[in-house]
Design a protein around this ligand. Structure first.
Ligand code: AMP
Ligand code: GLY
Length: 427
């Protein structure tokens, strides 16, 4: 079949590689893609939110499956757009309806959903302009630290963990009264801070049945030892050593199953990934957030560990035939180290020549492109996160160390990365 993949990051390079290997894939297109995805299919210059152009392209090229990488088009309703057009409605869309994508698109919706279905999460309250003053006194009496979340999509910048009441009140005002977080911050979720270790769990579901993919842990902070500001993700490892059978049993029973049951009970149309951002607190799982898509850079370690045919999984999803027996995994560990532009997540420069990137790919290692561009046969940096270097290893330590060795031969001006990915699991 002909398949169109939407997105342009390291996640999409990993998806493109995996989809192109499928026995079901005849021709793969990626919109807009990056120089990495172009190694496995044909990039087309259409933006992920230009539904009309995407629809027209699907009709012209006889596309039978649309795989949506990022959250924006899902929250904006690409699934619904396809289902409402008679010529597009037969195309299998991997990604939930706009209503289902609210699990990521609205923190207030996600919290209320968890409350309705008894899914463990931090206690919370929701505020907007109309109950702002009540919010102020709620914050004054709240224990520290206090977590404030802008309700809508805020490109990973909508969560503030306030260490003082002054900071919390200031952020609250910035979000609700001063609109510094845009429309996303008009509603604010205030929740208790949970202390524990975080991990990511991924399900592929048709809204009733589901399968779990390998789990992963990402490293969000810019600095060594998880310090400094949050980023899109500086690296990831899979599997997660502390996600043992006992803990995963609790995750399935207390989080995954009630979520899928809740989706079914509420009649949410959901054919795609549910990303559970979890925290383990004294042995118990709590949900920090839901995402309606795969993670980046988690995908760059999850898909390399999935040996099943991914398109076959998508077909099983579309036909109501998801079964655990479809999931086969590589027992090796995988780790990815993200190369970023100096200055990221703050200001950084683009357009630096990159050398040695594709050469890093070999038996143990895959160099996934993220923010890169190609001109006259050379690669240049084109974003904050430039590439993700994934390696296999018999242990996480070995996988990380192989990636770090490979990185020694990759260069661009002001290149930065974390040398301590997986540090808790080493030695
Ligand atoms: P999010 O954008 O929802 O992924 O939040 C960003 C990060 O903030 C998460 O990965 C956590 O590290 C942290 N975080 C969010 N909510 C909480 C919470 N209730 N308790 C502790 N940490 C949190
Ligand atoms: N790595 C976290 C995310 O994709 O949201």
């Amino acid at each position: 079949m002909n398949i169109l993949l939407l997105g342009a990051g390291g996640r999409e390079h990993a998806f493109a590689q995996k989809i192109s290997k499928s026995a079901h894939c005849e021709k793969l297109f990626i919109a807009p893609g990056n120089p990495g995805t172009a190694q496995f299919g044909e990039n087309i210059t259409i933006s992920v939110n230009d539904f009309e152009a995407i629809g027209a392209f699907c009709k012209a090229k006889n596309i039978q499956m649309l795989v949506v990488g990022p959250e924006d088009p899902l929250v904006n309703g690409i699934f619904d757009y396809f289902k409402s057009d008679i010529e597009l409605s037969n195309i299998i869309v991997v990604g939930p309806s706009a209503a289902g994508a609210q699990l990521e698109g609205s923190k207030a919706f996600a919290k209320a959903f968890m409350e309705r279905h008894g899914i463990p999460t931090a206690g919370y309250r929701e505020f907007n302009k109309s109950n702002f003053e009540e919010g102020v006194s709620y914050l004054r009496n709240h224990s520290l630290p206090i977590v404030l979340k802008a309700d809508g999509l805020a490109a990973g910048k909508g969560v503030v963990i306030a260490q003082t009441h002054e900071e919390a009140l200031h952020t609250f005002e910035e979000m609700i009264q001063l609109s510094l977080f845009g429309k996303a911050g008009e509603r604010v979720v205030v929740e208790s801070f949970l202390t524990g270790v975080e991990l990511s769990v991924f399900a592929l579901t048709d809204g009733k049945k589901y399968v779990l993919l390998p789990d992963a842990k990402d490293y969000k902070r810019i600095g060594r030892g998880d310090t400094g500001p949050n980023t899109g993700g500086m690296g990831a490892v899979s599997p997660v050593p502390f996600a043992d059978d006992v803990f995963m049993g609790k995750v399935i029973k207390q989080v995954v199953e009630p979520t899928i049951k809740g989706i079914a009970e509420e009649g949410l149309i959901y054919h795609g990934f549910v990303f559970f951002g979890l925290i383990k607190v004294e042995g118990e799982p709590f949900v920090i957030e839901y995402n309606c898509r795969m993670g980046d850079p988690e995908t760059e370690v999850v898909l390399p560990r999935l040996t099943s045919d991914l398109v076959e999984l998508f077909l099983a999803m579309a036909h109501g035939k998801l079964e655990n027996s479809l999931i086969e995994t590589d027992k090796r560990a995988a780790a990815t180290v993200v190369l970023v532009s100096g200055g990221y997540p703050g200001d950084f420069e683009k357009g630096k020549v990159i050398s040695g990137l594709d050469e890093a790919t070999g038996v143990q290692t895959m160099a996934f492109h993220a923010g890169t561009m190609e001109r006259k046969g050379s690669y240049y940096t084109n974003g904050g996160r430039v590439a993700a270097i994934t390696s296999y290893g018999s242990t996480i330590q070995e996988a990380v160390s192989t990636s770090l060795t490979k990185i020694q031969s990759i260069h661009f001006d002001k290149m930065d990365f974390r040398e301590d990915i997986g540090y808790e699991f080493l030695g």
